[in-house]
Design a protein around this ligand. Structure first.
Ligand code: C5P
Length: 217
């Protein structure tokens, strides 16, 4: 089975690295974080009470979600920029603690493996819950200061005003929430290959993953 899972904390570089690995192998991508962000967007725009777990899970079941290269459409509306907002990420992290929401998203995530040459799935629980059968599971970590630094530079490069200390506090809070939730917490699968990318370049990480895949098949 052509499947690599890449899990890890926020801003560990999973998205960029998954895209490069998938491109190199000619495979598709599942950005599972986007599904949680889409759920957050739906909660925020449809007037759903975010404290109401049942209502949050229900709203997601009916959404028409389309991923098209770098754009995401929800019920026909292009939402790519809204999904990247910090406020959307925060709401995503909050509602991602709801077991019923996670359950509602499970089949959508598993469907990504059908009809593709291979799949790189990135998120928090790809190797532990969604695709425990994956032949290669990567757990990508990086020092939180380094991650905050990367996120800060990313924003500044895009011309967006950013505050390093706020980013750092926010990342720590997000890590805490993702690692300590009762359902599908962020943790490496028992058979995961852990890569610490704190002092590695992107290409170096991509090569390490491709090397691990070559050893796997
Ligand atoms: O990866 P990204 O930052 O886009 O994910 C947004 C939020 O969605 C994360 O903070 C996390 O709480 C949640 N998430 C999750 N499980 C996944 C992917 C993301 O709980 N597989």
């Amino acid at each position: 089975m052509n499947l690599i899972t890449i899990d890890g904390p926020s801003a560990s570089g999973k998205g960029t690295i998954s895209a490069l690995v998938a491109k190199k192998l000619g495979w598709a991508i599942l950005d599972s974080g986007a599904l949680y962000r889409i759920s957050a967007y739906a909660v925020q725009t449809k007037g759903i009470n975010p404290e109401d777990e049942g209502a949050v899970a229900a709203v997601v079941s009916d959404l028409d979600i389309q991923f098209k290269t770098s754009e995401v459409f929800v019920d026909g509306v292009e939402v790519s920029d809204i999904l990247r907002l910090e406020s959307t990420g925060k709401m995503a992290s909050k509602i991602a603690t709801y077991p019923t929401l996670r359950q509602a998203l499970l089949d959508r995530q598993r469907n990504f493996i059908h009809g593709v040459a291979g799949l790189v799935a990135d998120g928090r629980d790809m190797g532990t819950v969604v695709f425990p059968q994956a032949p290669l599971k990567i757990f990508l970590v990086a020092d939180v200061n380094e991650r905050a630094n990367r996120r800060y530079k990313q924003l500044v490069d895009k011309g967006i005003e950013a505050n390093f200390d706020e980013i750092l506090v926010d990342l720590k809070r997000r890590d805490e929430q993702d690692m300590n939730r009762a359902v599908a917490p962020l943790k490496p699968a028992e058979d995961a290959v852990v890569i610490d990318s704190s002092y590695m370049g992107i290409q170096e990480v991509v090569e390490a993953i491709l090397g691990a895949w070559a050893d796997c098949i």
